[in-house]
Ligand binder design. Structure first.
Ligand SMILES: Nc1ncnc2c1ncn2[C@@H]1O[C@H](COP(=O)(O)OP(=O)(O)O)[C@@H](O)[C@H]1O
Ligand SMILES: [Mg+2]
Length: 252
């Protein structure tokens, strides 16, 4: 199953993806996270130290992706075995979770990360997964990437939303674009939710109930400040993550 996450900047996409990754792993899945944010920080969130060693997917030749075929026995990719070693070079592993980073090119000036996006698009559409494999795609904020059709191969889009008007506005815009671009399934996920008022606000302004609500968490804030991996958190955060994972698995 391929799952992407979207939402306004800073709403908690990367945090929630890390929590979902560890939940999927605990349920026996093989997890690959693809960090497709032009300012990638999933590695930090997972507590990966050797960030410099990560080779961006953008360096992968188009040929590599084109050579993918229906060959069994390779992790995540039913790809030609001759190139499988090569593919491993683009992954870094920590606590049983694999990570790939899309690109090193920064696009702060509005430039197009076109080569990376082409590679990503091919990977997502050509990747054939077994039922025990999960790909989690952490994306850049906002709506622009949806227009590029980068997430064409994704099965389910999670839209993270916090109880603020601007976050809801972005979430609804993303929903519309995702529906228009043919994403088969999408769900809202609430974050930084403190009380019943926040829950009601989200339900009413979105016109539907998010599938889970993550509370505003002191533990998350401290973990982020101390560079601690989010993969070991328990309590309310993992409760919400478990809810999402069970929901998504119910669809498989
Ligand atoms: N539920 C939460 N409770 C407390 N802090 C959170 C929570 N979710 C996210 N954060 C913090 O908010 C900041 C932005 O989160 P991040 O996941 O990087 O957002 P995004 O990926 O959407 O830009 C980070 O410092 C993160 O630690
Ligand atoms: Mg992020």
């Amino acid at each position: 199953m391929k799952i992407a996450i979207s939402g306004k900047g800073g709403v908690g996409k990367t945090t929630i993806m890390a929590l979902l990754a560890s939940q999927f792993k605990n349920q026996g899945k093989e997890v690959l996270i693809i960090d497709a944010d032009p300012s990638p920080h999933m590695a930090q969130t997972l507590g990966i130290k050797d960030i410099d060693k990560i080779k961006p997917i953008a360096d992968m030749t188009e040929l590599l992706v084109e050579r993918s075929g229906k060959v069994q026995g390779s992790p995540f990719y039913q790809i030609n075995p001759q190139v499988d070693d090569l593919l491993q070079k683009f992954m870094i592993e920590q606590d049983g979770i694999r990570l790939m980073v899309l690109g090193a090119i920064q696009t702060a000036e509005g430039g197009c990360a076109c080569p990376e996006n082409t590679v990503l698009k091919r990977m997502l559409t050509k990747l054939l997964l077994s039922p025990t494999q999960v790909v989690l795609l952490d994306m850049e904020a906002g709506v622009e990437h949806l227009g590029r059709g980068t997430i064409a191969g994704v099965d389910h889009l999670l839209i993270v939303v916090i109880p603020s008007k601007s976050s809801v506005r972005t979430a609804l815009k993303i929903k519309k674009l995702a529906v228009d671009s043919g994403i088969p399934k999408l769900s809202f996920v609430g974050n930084l939710v403190q009380d019943g008022d926040d829950v009601n606000f989200l339900q009413e302004s979105l016109g539907e109930t998010p599938i889970a609500f993550f509370p505003d968490s002191v533990v998350i804030r401290k973990a982020e400040r101390n560079g601690k991996p989010l993969t070991e958190l328990a309590g309310q955060m993992s409760e919400a993550a478990e809810k999402i994972v069970n929901f998504l698995q119910g669809e498989m």
